[in-house]
Design a protein. Structure first.
Length: 437
């Protein structure tokens, strides 16, 4: 059981990396060391290229897609297909003839950068230097963006600071933060990027040199700083940020929702009592005899799951990187196993936390209520469960109290499972005793 728990955990990063790496089964690899990958100016990669290292420099030509992960990724040559990059800094000095998709602390398009199609980027800072070109759309989500290079079609995104200095072929549609959201300098507690980043004023700034082929639409609590010399063909549209709507709770909807929840718990509870009654009753016995330790271990187990998930994600990334420079054919199996483990962890944790703790608490409370109402008769397990579930669903519908009760129940169930697994091989008679319900 412990081995299964260790191997069944991975995190969101594994899924992200799978999306980055799982592009095509055609493999081609060029590398010079584990720490540094350099593709020479005269080198031509015939197919797709997958690289991982501390620094990656592409001086030659990649005739397919390029997938890169590293601290500093520099493209001086030409990528005929897509560029998918993840790192601390991505610098484009050459040409990407198809899409650029990047997740990076800093992304920079130099004056010689040429992007043949769309740019989709996320991170701290995005900068396109004057002279750079993006042939189609540019979408960025992050902290700040400085667009001094031309964009062929639309600019869309969400950020705290945006400064436009270039020509935009069609529309600009952005959501901006308020003044004071963007810092005056790079945060000192963040790792410093290996390339310099601009310091921008919070909000939207449109310079004299800007030419926008259609509308400039922005959503911001502050009025944008738009130069009168800027040429905006379709005009400027400032949309109000949507305010949070206060909707009165619908009693009928709440009742229907709780009834659906009750029916689901009854069905799952019946299945558990029919097929794994001993396990459910042992968990209930642990929760009854050790409520406070169970809640405490439940909190610890929840935190531990997150820590282990992150650790396995890091291990998966390291194994993927090592495979990229040694045995590239293993990259897809490694990432596939990590993704399957992540899916198994998510499904199992969701099913347990959604149903099992609630059934355990309802079984205990229902048995206690039946003993109070009929002290001289023995109650059936399923009847006790239904009574307890009915009370549990009513209590959890109460605002605030219901949420706290639900959270405590989940911690109690997780902790009972933790104790059951820990003591499986050396269980005391008291913990092994089934409840007589």
């Amino acid at each position: 059981m412990r081995h299964k728990w260790r191997t069944a955990i991975t995190g969101f990063l594994c899924t992200l990396l799978l999306l980055l790496f799982l592009v095509t089964p055609v493999w081609s690899l060029a590398s010079r060391s584990k720490d540094q990958v350099i593709i020479g100016a005269n080198e031509v990669i015939a197919n797709d290229l997958y690289v991982a290292g501390r620094t990656i420099t592409i001086n030659g030509t990649v005739n397919g897609d390029l997938v890169a992960a590293g601290r500093l990724i520099t493209i001086n040559g030409t990528v005929q297909g897509d560029l998918l990059a993840a790192g601390q800094a991505v610098v484009i000095n050459g040409a990407v003839n198809d899409d650029l998709r990047v997740v990076s602390q800093v992304t920079q398009l130099s004056s010689n950068a040429r992007i043949g199609d769309d740019v989709v980027a996320a991170g701290w800072s995005f900068e396109s230097v004057a002279g750079s070109t993006v042939a189609s759309d540019l979408a960025f989500t992050g902290w700040q963006a400085l667009l001094a290079g031309s964009v062929g079609r639309n600019v869309i995104g969400s950020m705290a600071a945006l400064e436009l200095r270039s020509s935009i072929g069609s529309n600009v549609n952005v959501t901006m933060g308020a003044e004071g959201d963007a810092p005056e300098a790079y945060p000192p507690f963040f790792p410093q990027p290996p390339v310099p980043t601009p310091q921008l004023r919070a909000g939207l700034t449109v310079a004299d040199s800007v030419q926008i082929g259609s509308n400039l639409t922005y959503r911001s609590p502050d009025v944008a700083n738009i130069s009168q010399q800027a040429q905006i063909a379709g005009g400027v549209i400032r949309e109000a940020l949507p305010e949070a709507e206060t909707v009165a709770p619908n009693p009928v909807a709440i009742i229907v929702q709780q009834l659906q929840y009750l029916l689901a718990l009854v069905l799952v509870g019946w299945l558990l009592l029919k097929f794994v009654p001993s396990w459910i009753q042992r968990l209930a016995a642990i929760a009854s005899s050790k409520p406070l330790p169970s809640v405490g271990w439940g909190i610890v187990s929840l935190l531990l799951v997150g820590i282990i998930a992150f650790a396995i994600a890091v291990v998966t990334f390291v194994l993927t990187a090592l495979s990229a420079v040694t045995l590239p054919i293993l990259i897809i199996p490694i990432m596939g196993l990590g993704t399957l483990a992540n899916l198994a962890l998510f499904v199992s944790f969701f099913l347990f936390a959604t149903f099992v703790p609630q059934i355990i608490v309802s079984l205990l409370s229902g048995y206690w209520l039946m003993q109070k109402l009929q002290p001289n008769t023995s109650s059936r397990r399923f009847v006790s469960l239904i009574v307890g579930l009915f009370v549990f669903v009513i209590l959890t519908a109460i605002p605030l109290i219901g949420g706290l009760l639900h959270l405590a129940t989940i911690f109690l169930g997780l902790g009972a499972l933790w104790i059951w697994i820990r003591n499986k091989r050396d269980r005391t008679p008291k913990e092994d005793q089934l409840i007589a319900v």
